[in-house]
Each structure stands twice: as C-alpha cells, then as structure tokens.
Design a protein around this ligand. Structure first.
Ligand code: ADP
Length: 458
C-alpha cells in the first residue's frame, strides 16, 4: 500500500523532472540516475520531517549555527528537487556539496558525538551508489583532506576547535584514520555490489533477447508446420478424390463384367475379388479424405430433422450378417421411445459414428457378444453404450486410443488392423454432434464405448 503510494510519487517526479523523456532507457548511468531520484526524494521527505525537531533542539541548545545550516540545507534541497533547469549531474553535485557542508559543520561544532561523522559515511556511500566508484573515492579524498587539516590544526595549534579539548592529537589521528579506512571499505563494497548487479542485469538482458529470438524461431517453425500440415491435408484430400474417381470406374466395370461367363466359377471369383478389394480401397480412401478434412478444420455439419431409430436399425441390420458370420451374438437394445426418436442433428455423421464403432467391436471380438444400448439420457442427450466381449484394450493405451493412426497392436500381429483412423474420426464427429466419448476396457474381457449426442443441434 505504502509502497504503491511511494511508487506513484516517484513516477510523478520522473515525469516532472523530464527524466521520462530520456532516450537511453538502460545501462548503468540510466539506472544510477533512477536511483538518485529515489534517494533525492527520500532525503527530501526525511529532511522535511526532521527539520523542525532538529532546528528546535539546536536553538534550544544555543547552537544557532546548526539551526541556520539546517535551514540552508533544506532550502538547497528544495531547490535541487524542484528546479527543472538543472541537469541530473548538476543536481547530484549540488546534493553532495549541500550535505557535505552540513556534515562537516556538524562535525566541527558537535564533534564525534554529533551526526556529522555518520553523515560523512552515509554521503560517500550514497555518492558511490548514484555516481560510481570514482566519485565515491573522490569524496573520501575530500574527507581525508578535511581530517588532515583538522589534525594539522590540532598538532600545531593553527586554529582552535572545541573538539581539540575533548580528544588529544593521537586519539584524534587514530579515529580519523579509522573513519577513512572504513569509508574506503564501504565504497569498495558498494561499488563491487553495484558492478555485480549490473553484470547480472546485462546477462539477464542478453538471456531475454536470446529467449525472445528462440520464441520467435519456435513460432516460425510452428507456423511452417501448420502450413505444411494444411498443405499435406489438402494434398491427401485431392489425391483421394483423384483415386476415388477411377475406382468407381473399375467397380462399375466389374459389376458390368459379372454378367459375362456366369457359369464360370473362377471368372466370377476373380470379379468378386476385384469388387471386394475395390470396396476396401474405397473405404480407406473415404477414411483418409475424412481425417484430412477434419484435421484441416474444414469439416462442416449438415443439420436436419430425422428419425434416429431408423438410422440405428439400418446400421444394425447392415452389420448383423457380418457378426453372425463370425459366430458373434449382436444384440440391439434400443429403448428410445418413438416420440423421442426425431432429433435435429447430422444424420450422416451419426451413421458414420455407429459404423466405425460397431465395425471395430465386431473386428476385435472373436466370440461372445456385441451389444448396442441406446437411450434418451435427458432432455438434451441420447446416450449409447457399445459393449463387446473382445480382446480388450490395456489401460496404458486409453490416453492415445483416439489419436490419429494410433493402433494398439502396431506390429499388426493379429492382422486385424485397418488404417488407425476410425476412432479418431468417430470422436471428432461425436464432438461435432455436441457429445463426448469415453471407454472402459479390460484385456481379454471386453470393451465398452460410452458416447452421447445432442438431440437438438443448431
Ligand atoms: P483401426 O483401423 O486400427 O481399427 P481405429 O482408430 O478404429 O483403427 O482403432 C484404433 C485401435 O484401437 C485399434 O487398432 C485397436 O487396437 C483398438 N480398438 C478399437 N476398438 C476396439 C475394440 N472394440 N476392442 C479392442 N480394441 C479396439
């Protein structure tokens, strides 16, 4: 809270002092000037707060010179803060001289018991912070000269100061020497710290630039991949169309050829092979077209009212012979009431979803049952449960089972596999139909696909 208020005042001053108009916005000189603004404002606030009590005490103790000096210091400080004609460099010099005079006079009048020597310490640290090591050392040189003059005065009785009575020459010499050494130590430590911070800051800037470049490269690569992905999908869709057209020609001709040599079983068998293989190839092509359109985001829905029970029955009847041929019991358990059967959805996609999933259930079941349960879940959804007693799917594969081209048995050991896109298409369609799909499965026990569809798609 207090921090925010302070920040807003610093920002106002940054604008007032035209610091915000500076062109260079980084580098050590910039940060030092920024630091100086905070030091200047903080000193201004603290100076104002301490002015009245310290001047009052000085007057009460008869140290009028301190009271006058306090007043001068505060006036110069106000001038430094508010006069915009001064450059930042000039402000720093004025600030330093102002407090230098204050600390030296305080020291001369009050000796080591006053705040003078502490202020001298603080000043050289502040100068090192906002102006660098060179200026910090220069301030110590001035302090050393001041202490030297003091010692000469004390040694040769050149002038008189009350402090000479309190401390004999040797003690004065030791204390001033120690002060200078500690001051040196502080200036070196502070400038070392600032340099380390600056190096770390530069390094961080470099890393940020590097990170930014890498991020851009990744974005570029992502765009390239997306573009090539779209091109790939468009190419696949085109190729599939190109292949489908001659395939229809071949199948049409095969049907036509059936009428010849009707009594020759080998001839008829060859025609059947052509037809079966052609149908299979067409199915694969249709899958490839569909997955390409889905992945390029171009798949749309064709919504109309239709009777879902009719669609379910048609698909069921289409697969019943195949199931019976494998010796599997295929059960339809449809409890959707006639009045609930009319839904607004995409009938082709509903049919495709059922086909893809039932085809798999029969394909991956060697014996037992495949059961399709359909019911109205609530006002908005129809729920399906397609259960089989087939080979099952291991839990580890649940996460990837709907990925494009993913097949559990990649080596194709039991040669049951198709192209690995059936579930991907089914899931994409179900989501387009406003529903969701999940599965439960246990290896060698069976699989259940549970999926829903919206009844009122708009
Ligand atoms: P595929 O053309 O290989 O059947 P799908 O996308 O339809 O491709 O299915 C992906 C994989 O999921 C299949 O290869 C199979 O391993 C597994 N799978 C799908 N349905 C069943 C099921 N009912 N029972 C067991 N495994 C299944």
């Amino acid at each position: 809270m207090l921090g925010d208020i302070w920040k807003s005042y610093v920002q106002r001053y940054v604008r007032y002092s035209r610091f915000s108009e500076r062109e260079e916005k980084e580098g050590l000189p910039y940060f030092r000037d920024k630091l100086f603004i905070s030091i200047l404002l903080l000193t201004f606030v603290l100076g104002l707060l301490s002015y009245i009590p310290s001047t009052y005490v000085a007057i009460a103790r008869g140290e009028n010179i301190i009271a006058v000096l306090n007043t001068c210091t505060i006036l110069v400080l106000i001038f430094t803060v508010f006069y915009r004609g001064l450059s930042f460099y000039a402000k720093k010099i004025l600030f330093s001289i102002n407090f230098f005079i204050l600390s030296i006079v305080m020291f001369v009048v009050l000796g080591f018991e006053g705040n003078g020597s502490v202020l001298i310490f603080a000043l050289s640290i502040l100068i090192t912070l906002f102006n660098g090591k060179r200026h910090g050392l220069f301030s110590i040189l001035i302090i050393a000269i001041f202490y030297g003059v003091l010692l000469l005065g004390s040694c040769f009785n050149l002038f008189y100061l009350p402090i000479f009575e309190q401390y004999e020459f040797q003690l004065l010499a030791i204390i001033t020497l120690n002060n200078i050494l500690f001051n040196l130590l502080l200036v070196f430590s502070v400038s070392f710290l600032i340099n380390q911070l600056h190096t770390a800051l530069l390094k961080e800037n470099e890393l940020q630039i590097e990170l930014y470049e890498k991020h851009n490269n990744v974005l570029e690569a992502k765009n390239r991949v997306e573009k090539s992905d779209k091109l790939k999908s468009a190419f696949l869709a085109n190729m599939s169309h190109e292949i489908r057209t001659p395939m229809y020609g071949i199948l049409g001709c095969a049907q036509f050829l059936r009428e010849y040599n009707e009594d020759d079983p080998s001839y008829q068998e060859y025609i059947e092979v052509i037809e079966d293989s052609g149908e299979q190839l067409l199915d694969i092509m249709t899958d490839i077209i569909n997955i390409s359109i889905i992945e390029s985001g171009l798949m749309s829905t064709n919504i109309k009212m239709f009777n879902i029970n009719d669609k379910i029955n048609t698909v069921y009847n289409a697969f019943l012979p195949e199931a019976e041929e494998k010796g599997i019991v295929f059960i339809l358990n449809n409890v959707i009431a006639i009045q609930d059967a009319y839904i607004s959805s995409d009938s082709d996609k509903v049919t495709s979803v059922l086909k893809y999933l039932i085809k798999n259930a029969i394909k991956y079941t060697d014996e037992g049952i495949v059961e399709l349960t359909c019911e109205r879940q609530d006002e908005s959804f129809i729920a399906f449960n397609l259960k089989d007693t087939g080979i099952g799917i291991h839990e580890d594969n649940f996460e990837h089972i709907f990925d494009t081209f993913y097949q559990v048995d990649v080596e194709n050991v039991n040669a049951l596999h198709g192209s690995g896109v059936g579930l991907t298409i089914a899931k994409a369609y179900i989501e387009m139909l406003g529903g969701s799909i999940s599965l439960k499965s246990e290896v060698d026990v069976g699989t259940s696909f549970l999926f829903t569809m919206k009844v009122n798609l708009t």
